[in-house]
Write a protein that binds this ligand. Structure first.
Ligand code: BMA
Length: 847
C-alpha cells in the first residue's frame, strides 16, 4: 500500500475574511486559534465564552502535497479521513471530491480524476455547525427538542457530531471542527480491504475456529488473491473479482490459543491477524488486527426478581466494576494515546473491569479499544445519542445507517467490546420535554425508527455475536417502560441521591440488577483549581469557579450535603478536599451495598471516570488524569476481595465479597472503637468466602450495641488464606502483620462511621511526618496518635500523587508512602515534595 500521511501543518482560513493561520492536523479549529494566539485557552477563567463565535463561522482547512508520476498509474487512489467534524465539502485542486455530514463515518474519497503530478492542493470547507443546526431545525415539520446546558449551542441533536461538544452538565460548549484520528492519500493496485470481521468459535482446549470475513471494493474487475495469517497458520484464496464491493470468507483452525480474560480474571493474550489482498505486482492492501479469543454473552433473562443483567465471559459470570467514559478532552487536538493510556491505566489500577463509552461522546479511537484489549477493560458501547429526541427524517436515518455500518465493522473484533447499546437516556427523554409530553406518539415513532429500525437493525445484522441493548437505562428488549427507578430488571440509572437530594442511605433503598449510572459531584483539587482560576478567584462562589460548574445547582448540592454529614470546613482548600471525601463516601456507600447484593446485582458503573476540562464534576479522575479521593476509594471498594460495611434499617452489616475463583478461609475481626482508639467492643467471626460470592459475615442492630453510634466507629479487618483456616491471634491490632500459624494471603480492612461524621467528636491525631529517601525516590512516613480518617497527603504544584490517599490510620499506626509522578514526569526531589505536600484528614479540615 502506498500511503502519504497528510497530517502535519495545514492552513486554517476563516471564510468570512480570508484570514489565515497555521493549524496542526489531526486537530481542531479552536486549538489552532489558541495556538495562533487569537483565542485564550478556553479552559482558563471564562475564556470559553470568548470562543463561542467559532462555531458560527465557516472555515477552510488547506494544505499542499506533492506526488510523483508513479502515483497516477495506481488502480485505486483515494484520500482517507478517519473522522471529519462535521459538515464538510472536500476539494482537490479545485474539484469537489466529496461531502460529509457525519463525524462518525470514515471517508474514503476517490481522487483519480483530480490528482496530478507535482503539487496538489487539498481543501476542506467546514460549515458552521451552529448555523446548519438552526437551518435543519427550521426545516423540521415539528420541533425535536434536546436537553440544553448553561453554555450551549442549540439543536445539537440534528447534527451527527459529538453531542457534548455543545455543552453538558459537566462540560464546556466548544463547537469546534477539524480532522481527527488521521488523514492520508492511499494508492493501491489490489482490491481495497474495507473491513475485516472475524467469528471465533471454541473447539476445545486451546483450539479455535477462526472465520475471517473481508469486505472489499475493487476499482477494476480481474484476478485477485486474499490471504490471512495468524501465528504461522495461513489461508489463501484466489478469485476473479468484479468491479465494486465484494465479500470473501477465509478460515483457519488454530491451536495453542490462550483465552482472553477481563482484568482480574486472567491474562489478555492478543494474536496478530494479518489480512492481505493482492492483484499482480502492484501495491497490495494489508490490514492488521489484534484478536483476543473469548466468549462473551449478556444474560438478560426473566427470573423470579424480574430480568437479570449479567456479563458472562468464558463461562464465568462477571461482576462488572467500572465507570462511565466521556471523551478524553473537549478539544480534539488534545486527544492522544498517552492520555488514553494514562486514564485507562488508572481505571485498571482501581480494579475496574468495565467502562461504558457513553452515548453523548464518540465511538472512540482505535487506540482506545486497543488499550482496553490490552488492559482487560470490557467496553459497553453506546451508539452516539444522548439526552435528546432525534428526528427520523430519511436523510437523518441514512446518515445514522452509514455511521453504524462503519463503526460496527470497525470495532466488532475487539475482544474488550462486550455490548452495544442504542443510546443514553433517549428512551427516557420522551417523557422529559413539553413537546413530547403533549404529543408523545410522533416522538415514539421517531424513536422506534431510529433505535429499532436503524441502530438496532444494523448492529444485529453486522454483529450478531453481541447483545444489542436498546437503551441505557432499559428494562430490556421490547420493554419500553421507564427503568429509572426499577431495580428488578435490566440496567438502571440511579440518580435520586444527587438529583433529588436524598441521603446517601437512599442507595440502600434499591438493589439494581446492574447500575450503569449513579454519581455524586466533587470539586477539583487545589492544583487543578489554580490551573483555571487566578488567585483572587479561588473561592467556591467566585465567577470563575461558578463558571467551572455546569450543573445549575451543583455547588449548592455539594455544600448543602456537607452541612448534612460534616462539620463545615475551614477554608477553600479544605472545602475542595472535603467535597472529594463526601463524593468518595457517597459512591462507596452505593458500591458496597450493591456488591453485597450479588448475584442479584451484577454490575456497578459509576458516573463518571474522567473530565473533558478542569471543573467541578462527578469524575474520579481530574482533567489532567490525577486521582481524586474517589479514585483511591474505588481501588479499595472495587478490590476483588472486600469487606462491605453498611447500615441498613438500623442494622450494621459486614458482607464479604470475593470475585475470584478461589475459596477463601478467613476470619473477620470486628472492632468498635472510640475516637481515641480505645476498644468498646471486639469480636471475631468466621469469614469463609466462596468463589464469586457475597456472604453476610456479621450483623448487629445499632440499638443492641453497648455504646451510642456517634461515640464509636466500626473497624473491620479480614485475614484469609486460600489453603486453610488462618490461625488467629486475637491480641494483634490492625496494621500489624499476622504472626499466626497459617499465613494470611489476603488482608483487608475497612471502616464505617455509624453516625454522621459531624456528630462524632474526633480526636486530634497529631500526624507526624518523617521524610527519607532511597534509590527509588522520597518516602513519606506518617504516624498517627489517634484514629485518623481520610488521611490524604495532598500535593500542590507538582503533577502526580502519593500512592495512597483517603486512608484510615489507627492510633500509633505508621504508614510509609511513595510518590507516583504523573505520566511522563520525573520524580521530584525530596525538598520539592516536602514543600508541596500537606497532610489532610477529617479532623484537620475544621477548627
Ligand atoms: C446522566 C448522564 C449524563 C449526565 C449525568 C449527570 O444522566 O447520562 O447525561 O451528565 O447524568 O447529570
Amino acid at each position: 500500500m502506498a500511503r502519504i500521511d497528510l497530517g502535519g501543518s495545514w492552513s486554517l482560513i476563516r471564510k468570512a475574511d480570508g484570514s489565515r493561520r497555521r493549524a496542526s492536523m489531526p486537530g481542531d479549529i479552536i486549538s489552532a486559534l489558541v495556538a495562533a494566539g487569537e483565542l485564550a485557552d478556553p479552559y482558563r477563567g471564562r475564556a470559553e465564552l470568548e470562543a463561542q463565535w467559532v462555531g458560527r463561522e465557516d472555515w477552510v482547512l488547506e494544505r499542499e502535497f506533492s506526488i510523483d508520476a508513479g502515483w497516477l498509474g495506481r488502480r485505486d487512489l483515494f484520500i482517507e479521513i478517519e473522522a471529519l467534524d462535521t459538515v464538510a465539502e472536500i476539494s482537490l485542486n479545485g474539484r469537489v471530491i466529496g461531502t460529509s455530514s457525519d463525524m462518525f463515518t470514515r471517508l474514503r474519497l476517490p481522487v483519480a480524476k483530480a490528482l496530478k503530478t507535482g503539487v496538489n492542493l487539498l481543501s476542506i470547507l467546514l460549515r458552521s455547525p451552529e448555523k446548519l443546526a438552526a437551518k435543519l431545525a427550521e426545516d423540521l415539520p415539528y420541533p425535536v427538542p434536546a436537553s440544553v446546558y448553561p453554555v450551549t449551542s442549540p439543536h445539537r441533536n440534528l447534527l451527527r457530531k459529538i453531542q457534548c461538544m455543545s455543552g453538558w452538565d459537566w462540560g464546556p460548549c466548544l463547537m469546534t471542527g477539524g480532522i481527527y484520528d488521521g488523514i492520508a492519500l492511499v494508492g493501491l493496485d489490489a482490491p481495497r480491504i474495507d473491513y475485516v470481521r472475524t467469528t471465533t468459535t471454541r473447539k476445545g482446549e486451546g483450539r479455535w475456529e477462526l472465520e475471517v470475513l473481508v469486505d472489499f471494493s475493487a476499482q477494476a474487475a480481474g484476478r485477485a488473491s486474499f490471504a490471512i495469517e495468524l501465528g504461522g497458520a495461513k489461508a489463501v484464496k484466489d478469485l476473479v473479482v468484479g468491479e465494486g464491493e465484494g465479500q470473501i470468507v477465509l478460515g483457519l483452525e488454530l491451536e495453542g490459543i490462550k483465552d482472553w480474560w477481563p482484568a482480574g480474571y486472567g491474562n489478555q493474550p492478543l494474536y496478530e491477524l494479518v489480512v492481505r489482498s493482492e492483484a499482480g505486482p502492484g501495491e497490495a492492501d494489508r490490514l492488521v488486527k489484534r484478536l483476543g479469543f473469548r466468549e462473551v454473552e449478556v444474560l438478560a433473562k426473566a427470573d423470579p426478581v424480574g430480568r437479570s443483567f449479567t456479563f458472562k465471559v468464558n463461562g464465568l459470570e462477571i461482576f462488572a466494576k467500572g465507570a462511565n467514559w466521556i471523551p478524553a478532552d473537549a478539544l480534539p487536538s488534545r486527544w492522544n494515546r498517552e492520555r488514553l493510556a494514562d486514564l485507562l491505566g488508572s481505571a485498571r489500577e482501581a480494579h475496574m473491569n468495565m467502562l461504558r463509552v457513553w452515548g453523548g461522546g464518540r465511538y472512540e479511537s482505535d487506540d482506545f479499544y486497543g488499550l482496553c484489549d490490552e488492559l482487560g477493560l470490557l467496553v459497553w458501547q453506546d451508539a452516539a445519542f444522548s439526552c435528546a429526541l432525534y428526528p427520523s427524517t430519511p436523510s437523518f436515518l441514512r446518515r445514522v445507517e452509514g455511521e453504524l455500518r462503519h463503526q460496527v465493522r470497525r470495532l466488532a473484533d475487539h475482544p474488550s467490546l462486550a455490548l452495544w447499546c442504542g443510546n443514553n437516556e433517549a428512551l427516557g427523554a420522551i417523557a422529559w420535554y413539553e413537546e413530547s409530553k403533549a404529543a408523545p406518539a410522533r416522538y415514539i415513532v421517531d424513536y422506534d425508527r431510529l433505535n429499532e429500525g436503524t441502530v438496532g437493525r444494523v448492529i444485529r445484522e453486522l454483529d450478531p455475536s453481541r447483545t444489542f441493548w436498546p437503551s441505557s437505562p432499559s428494562a430490556g428488549p421490547q420493554d419500553f417502560s421507564d427503568n429509572w427507578h426499577a431495580d428488578t430488571r435490566g440496567d438502571m440509572h440511579y440518580w435520586s441521591v444527587w438529583h433529588e437530594g436524598r441521603p446517601f442511605s437512599a442507595y440502600l433503598d434499591v438493589s439494581p440488577r446492574f447500575c450503569s449510572e449513579f454519581g455524586f459531584q466533587s470539586f477539583p483539587s487545589l492544583r487543578t483549581a489554580k490551573s483555571f482560576a487566578p488567585e483572587s478567584e479561588l473561592n467556591i462562589t467566585s465567577p470563575t469557579f461558578e463558571h467551572h460548574q455546569r450543573h445549575p445547582r451543583g455547588n449548592t448540592i455539594i455544600i448543602e450535603t456537607m452541612s448534612r454529614y460534616f462539620r463545615m470546613p475551614r477554608g477553600f482548600r479544605e472545602t475542595l478536599w472535603l467535597s472529594q471525601v463526601q463524593q468518595a463516601l457517597a459512591i462507596r456507600t452505593a458500591v458496597e451495598y450493591w456488591r453485597a447484593q450479588r448475584p442479584r446485582c451484577m454490575g456497578t458503573l459509576y458516573w463518571q471516570l474522567n473530565d473533558v476540562w478542569p471543573a467541578a464534576s462527578w469524575s474520579s479522575l481530574e482533567h489532567d488524569g490525577s486521582w481524586k479521593l474517589l479514585h483511591h476509594e474505588a481501588r479499595r471498594f472495587y478490590d476483588p476481595v472486600h469487606i462491605c460495611l453498611f447500615v441498613k434499617d438500623g442494622v450494621v452489616h459486614a458482607v464479604g465479597v470475593n470475585d475470584g475463583d478461589r475459596h477463601l478461609f478467613g476470619v473477620l475481626s470486628i472492632r468498635l472503637r472510640r475516637f481515641d482508639g480505645e476498644l468498646a467492643m471486639d469480636l471475631d467471626t468466621d469469614g469463609d468466602l466462596q468463589p464469586r460470592s457475597a456472604t453476610l459475615l456479621w450483623k448487629a442492630a445499632l440499638r443492641d450495641l453497648p455504646i451510642k453510634p456517634e461515640e464509636v466507629y466500626l473497624a473491620a479487618r479480614y485475614e484469609a488464606s486460600q489453603r486453610g483456616k488462618v490461625a488467629y491471634e486475637p491480641a494483634l491490632v490492625f496494621g500489624v502483620p499476622s504472626r499466626s500459624g497459617g499465613k494470611a494471603e489476603v488482608v483487608r480492612r475497612n471502616q464505617l462511621f455509624l453516625a454522621e461524621p459531624k456528630r462524632c467528636a474526633l480526636g486530634d491525631p497529631r500526624i507526624s511526618e518523617t521524610w527519607s529517601e532511597d534509590g527509588s525516590g522520597p518516602i513519606l512516613k506518617l504516624r498517627s496518635e489517634a484514629p485518623a480518617f481520610w488521611v490524604t497527603p495532598e500535593v500542590d504544584g507538582i503533577p502526580g500523587r502519593w500512592e495512597d490517599a483517603g486512608f484510615y490510620m489507627l492510633n500509633n499506626e505508621e504508614r510509609s508512602l511513595r510518590f507516583v509522578p504523573a505520566r511522563g514526569q520525573s520524580m521530584p526531589s525530596l525538598a520539592e515534595l516536602r514543600a508541596a505536600t500537606k497532610v489532610m484528614h477529617l479532623r484537620g479540615s475544621y477548627d
